[in-house]
Design a protein. Structure first.
Length: 153
């Protein structure tokens, strides 16, 4: 959804980058659809995650797609409706990003500590809370010494 928001901004329509802010600001899909229809573009390019085959395995990759404006609007309307229903239906949504590895070091460390420095992974997360709660969005980070970067990590 956030990638579609970026595409809307790229064509010149003003809207929030965050889908949660979008559904909070615009109480209906028609308002954002009108903003898209007011632009002069005929086609809209946007990125989305797609499962693609690479050799014998399948991986999720960010792919770019181009649709006619009315096709994009239909897709966005469906996605926004689904997102609105989902946020209301569930207690919260947790969005985890890819992990980053970092090497730990001290400012004044001995040479053996430099060569044997521990490595940690940082997993960034954003939690979307439904409306009516005191917080709507909260960011978290998880620190672990597990260096595996697959779905079960």
């Amino acid at each position: 959804m956030a990638l579609k928001m970026r595409a809307i901004i790229n064509i010149g329509a003003r809207c929030p980058k965050n889908p949660d802010d979008l559904i909070r600001q615009y109480h209906s899909n028609e308002t954002i659809i009108e903003k898209i229809q007011d632009t002069d573009v005929a086609t809209i390019s946007f990125k989305h995650w797609k499962r693609v085959q690479e050799g014998n395995t399948f991986r999720h990759r960010e792919v770019e797609e181009e649709l006619l404006k009315n096709q994009f609007i239909k897709l966005l309307d469906k996605d926004l409706t689904e997102f609105r229903d989902h946020v209301v239906r569930v207690r919260l949504i947790i969005w985890m990003d890819f992990a980053e590895n970092f090497q730990c070091s001290s400012v004044e460390e001995v040479q053996s500590a430099y060569w044997n420095a521990p490595v940690v992974s940082l997993h960034t997360m954003v939690v979307y809370f439904p409306s009516g709660m005191s917080k709507s969005i909260q960011s978290y980070v998880s620190v672990t010494d597990v260096m595996i970067h697959n779905a079960s990590a």
